[in-house]
Design a protein around this ligand. Structure first.
Ligand SMILES: *Cc1c(COP(=O)(O)O)cnc(C)c1O
Length: 373
């Protein structure tokens, strides 16, 4: 049997919607992007959403809009994708790595609090695998220290914790529509926020600080535009938005099937004594990835054996501070035992709605077998 690591959910509805855009004159940010932004904000229960080219372009520009740079510190969990840290470095700020909670793999809030200094300007909580960070606790700490919260919600659109959605307690939350994410247009991203000042600034700097968008420039009579701020480039286009709109409508139905698959994996693994990140009481996970924890000295052997059985695998993630560039960047080795250990143990297995029951059973059997060898 061959079980792909991931299969996207893009079909006829998305194709039809893209075709509509291809028949319009301007393919860039326009009516479809506006519609996506409105629907995305409505789904999350926040005031504003802005479409971007990727999570990275979105999050980079949020830090830029906040003026975070030289002399500032940004706290980032080490157990994440490198982008979570890179956006701070690229803005000239210093990254301070935070350890993980051993139950969930998410940022350890107590450790975060111990890392705060006068230079700490922002934190990037990552809702790893779709499980939300304790945003209520984080908000309280950050309010006491005047620290901005930029949620890395690349793994979670649909999950909640204590009834709270991503973007509702953070100062901003960024999303990814990269090829393997919960909804995708190949590459894409978004920011949501309740802060009108940030929304205004982002709208400006996502197109080089130009006072008029392309739609304004080409659909009305020509008028000179100005450059009102130093910006970058990262606006979403209508082709991307057209692909995302139908997927956003289906997102909660898709989650039902994903939850079914995860529950099956969890009950099989629990019985076999295999560890995996827990979904805490009060949390409804967005179910982006399913990972389990292998013994540290056998992880790479397990990766090979699963692939030999035709099963697609990934590692999410090796701790960022252990990677070559950050090893050179860091002045001293940080003490992050949990993130380091999970990074050496974690294996991600296939989990997406089009998996058949037969495939899910085959994957679970194959994992359980490895542990009994
Ligand atoms: C995918 C991912 C990103 C980056 O998203 P892009 O859209 O590729 O820039 C950031 N953080 C996490 C946790 C991710 O998984």
């Amino acid at each position: 049997m061959k079980v792909e690591f991931y299969k996207h959910n893009v079909g006829d509805e998305e194709r039809k919607n893209v075709d509509e855009v291809l028949q319009s004159i301007f393919l860039t940010t326009g009516p479809k992007t506006n519609e996506f932004e409105a629907k995305f904000a409505e789904y999350l229960g926040v005031k504003f959403a802005l479409g971007f080219q990727s999570w990275t372009s979105a999050a980079f520009m949020v830090l830029m809009a906040w003026g975070i740079g030289e002399g500032d510190e940004v706290i980032v969990p080490s157990l994440s994708f490198i982008a979570s840290a890179n956006i701070a470095v690229l803005n000239g700020a210093k990254v301070i790595f935070c350890d993980s909670d051993p139950k969930t793999g998410n940022m350890d809030i107590n450790h975060f609090e111990s890392l705060i200094t006068e230079r700490t300007k922002a934190v990037v909580p990552v809702h790893l695998y779709g499980h939300l960070v304790d945003m209520k606790a984080l908000r309280k700490i950050c309010d006491n220290h005047d620290i901005k919260i930029l949620e890395d919600s690349a793994h979670n659109i649909e999950g909640t914790r204590d009834g709270i959605r991503p973007g509702q307690l953070g100062d901003a939350a960024c999303f990814s529509f990269y090829a393997t994410k919960n909804i995708t247009c190949g590459e894409g991203g978004a920011v949501v926020t309740n802060d009108p000042e940030l929304e205004n600034k982002l709208r400006l700097i996502r197109t080089h600080g130009m006072s008029k968008s392309a739609a304004d420039r080409y659909t009305a009579k020509y008028k000179h535009w100005n450059m009102e701020a130093l910006g970058f480039k990262g606006n979403m286009n209508d082709i991307q938005a057209a692909m995302l709109l139908p997927q956003l409508r289906k997102i909660d139905d898709v989650l039902v099937r994903k939850e079914e698959i995860c529950s099956y994996y969890e009950s099989r693994f629990e019985k076999a004594g295999i560890e995996f990140p827990q979904t805490l009481e009060g949390t409804k996970s967005g179910r982006h990835l399913f990972t389990f924890w292998a013994p540290e000295d056998r992880r790479d052997e397990f990766l090979t054996k699963l692939q030999d059985k035709g099963i697609g695998v990934a590692v999410n993630f090796r701790a960022i501070h252990t990677l070559q560039w950050y090893q050179e960047y860091l002045e001293a080795e940080p003490n992050l035992p949990i993130a380091t250990s999970i990074g050496r143990r974690t294996i991600t297995i296939p989990m997406y709605p089009s998996l058949t029951d037969e495939e899910v059973e085959y994957v679970a059997n194959s994992v359980v077998e490895l542990f009994s060898e």
